[in-house]
Design a protein around this ligand. Structure first.
Ligand SMILES: Nc1nc2c(ncn2[C@@H]2O[C@H](COP(=O)(O)OP(=O)(O)OP(=O)(O)O)[C@@H](O)[C@H]2O)c(=O)[nH]1
Ligand SMILES: [Mg+2]
Length: 245
């Protein structure tokens, strides 16, 4: 049974939402991108996962504070032969989940290439979360947490390790990115009404915007409001002070 580090009501059943955000999931073949997404959307490990052909689409609506956010998730193939196809899906992405395999050093070495592509082609305000997947395979580890954490800091991306097998931290990267995007909207650096931002308003947010010129987090839950509007994410093996959420 996967451990769940988030409130159990993170998934919304009703299809109304405040924001729609486009995410891409990228990284070398075999790092576990499809399994990570599957665990996030189905809450279970994907058995017998095959290489992704081109791209696959899924979605999930999550909640941060009282904001409902629908995530459009584009799972891309890591194999080189699909590169030109998958790159065409980067356009207008607000979030990128960049995955490497902690037991495969090469998948870590190649991260710079993936990041450069994403930064060139996606939204100018792209939020990137680096995920070191397969943390359950500690005995086969080839990339130390500290080294990856350093790389993440140097490249200005969020970072955590996860396991699509056990479920550890599988929700965190998606919620971290959503929270960073929400904060960018709140601070005015990201405008959901601008084409290519990777974010658009849902019905609920539009109603609120119509009655107030500036969108705010005023509808956060009482406890979040008391903490100054910050929505706390519970992430395993994340060091406070490092770039997180
Ligand atoms: N032990 C372990 N195995 C994993 C984990 N995640 C994925 N795998 C395995 O890694 C292999 C590749 O997983 P996929 O999710 O298909 O990899 P991918 O990144 O989507 O690969 P492409 O679609 O080719 O880009 C499969 O055999 C999975 O069972 C994990 O967290 N732990
Ligand atoms: Mg795949």
């Amino acid at each position: 049974m996967p451990s769940n580090y988030y409130d159990s009501d993170a998934t919304e059943l009703v299809e109304t939402y405040d924001f729609l955000m486009k995410y891409i999931v990228i990284g070398e073949a075999g790092t576990g991108k499809s399994c990570l997404l599957h665990h996030f959307t189905h809450n279970s490990f994907k058995d017998h996962s095959q290489h992704t052909i081109g791209v696959e689409f899924s979605s999930r609506t999550v909640r941060l504070g009282e904001k409902r956010i629908k995530l459009q998730l584009w799972d891309t193939a890591g194999q080189e032969r699909f590169r030109s196809v998958t790159r065409s899906y980067y356009r207008g992405a607000a979030g990128a989940i960049l995955v490497y395999d902690i037991t495969n050093r090469e998948s870590f070495i190649n991260l710079s290439r993936w990041l450069a592509d994403a930064r060139t082609l996606a939204s100018p305000n792209l939020v990137v979360v680096l995920v070191g997947n397969k943390s359950d395979r500690e005995d086969d580890r080839e990339v130390e947490w500290a080294e990856a954490s350093r790389w993440a800091a140097e490249n200005d991306v969020h970072f955590l390790e996860a396991s699509s097998l056990t479920g550890e931290n599988v929700e965190a990267p998606f919620l971290m990115a959503a929270r960073a995007i929400l904060l960018a909207i709140e601070s005015g650096t990201l405008d959901p009404e601008k084409a290519g931002s990777g974010v658009s308003y849902g019905d609920r947010a539009l109603r609120r915007v119509n009655s107030s010129s500036r969108l705010s987090f005023g509808s956060l839950s009482g406890s979040a409001r008391r903490k100054g509007g910050a929505v706390k994410l519970k992430v395993k093996n994340w060091i406070p002070g490092s770039k997180c959420c």
